[in-house]
Design a protein around this ligand. Structure first.
Ligand code: PGA
Length: 265
């Protein structure tokens, strides 16, 4: 970790009913109160945003509300889709884009991912842009090439005024929800290469400021070693974000890693 403020996101995916979402957001708000030097966001399903927003507001929580997806057009005939303005009404300030489940299961195109990235950043929201290789791509030694291609594609014609508004999530597809995690050294290596691509796409000071977070079976026991790596600035957490104690432990590991370096905000 480094001078960058750690970012930990809880990606709840298509889980929880309304009561469960309220209970989990209340627990996260309570737990996050004692943590400093960290930015925390939770990403519930669209239908729970209203309830989660109300719960976090009641708790006067600094935990940010995220959406798992967005449609890039401002309004119009897009059946089933949700716009940035609609999300804003529910307190959303960050959106995940390009998650592997959307790339590979829902078959979103690179072009749509680029349009979403631009829409989120143009709206002044934090875009958590996900990249990562499949197992086949890893075994063919193309991890860095895949990450680079996904980054360059999504960031074409993006200009950054505020570096805090882009977070890159490196999520090896083979590690998501599988219990398999990249080793801290492998993850660090991929993150350093991603930072080099960002330096080329933008410039070196932007690349130094952008948080690059790791996702893929992060748990309380592997989080400390991952977050101690110099280019790993937090995590995007799936399964473990549904368990308040685990999510808290992971957030605490990110906060501790930052503190261990004696960096103050
Ligand atoms: P996981 O999911 O922590 O369950 O592997 C991570 C993600 O999909 O963001």
């Amino acid at each position: 970790m480094s001078a960058r403020l750690p970012f930990v996101g809880g990606n709840w995916k298509m889980n929880l009913d309304r009561n469960g979402a309220v209970a989990l957001s209340r627990a996260v708000a309570q737990d996050a109160r004692d943590l400093s030097e960290i930015e925390i966001a939770i990403y519930p399903a669209f239908v729970h945003l209203d309830a989660v927003n109300a719960t976090l507001a009641l708790a006067k929580s600094s935990v940010r509300i995220g959406a798992q997806d967005v449609y890039p057009a401002p309004d119009g005939a897009f059946t089933g889709e949700v716009s940035i303005a609609m999300l804003r009404d529910f307190g959303v300030s960050t959106v995940t884009v390009g998650h592997s489940e959307r790339r590979h299961v829902i078959r979103e195109s690179d072009e749509l991912i680029r349009e979403k990235t631009i829409a989120v950043l143009d709206a002044g929201m934090t875009c958590a842009l996900c990249v990562g290789e499949t197992l086949d791509q890893r075994e063919a030694n193309t991890t860095d090439a895949v990450n680079e291609a996904q980054l360059r594609s999504a960031l074409t014609s993006v200009t950054l005024n505020d570096h805090a508004s882009l977070v890159v999530a490196y999520e090896p597809v083979w590690a998501i929800g599988t219990g398999r995690t990249a080793t801290p050294d492998d993850a660090q290596d991929a993150h350093a290469k991603i930072r080099a691509v960002l330096a080329d796409v933008f410039d070196s000071s932007a690349a130094e400021a952008i948080r690059i977070i790791y996702g893929g079976s992060v748990k309380p026991d592997n989080a400390p070693d991952l977050f101690r790596q110099p280019d790993i600035d937090g995590g995007l957490i799936g399964g473990a974000s549904l368990k308040p104690n685990d999510f808290l432990a992971i957030c605490a590991a990110a906060s501790d890693a930052r503190r261990a370096e004696g960096v103050s905000t």
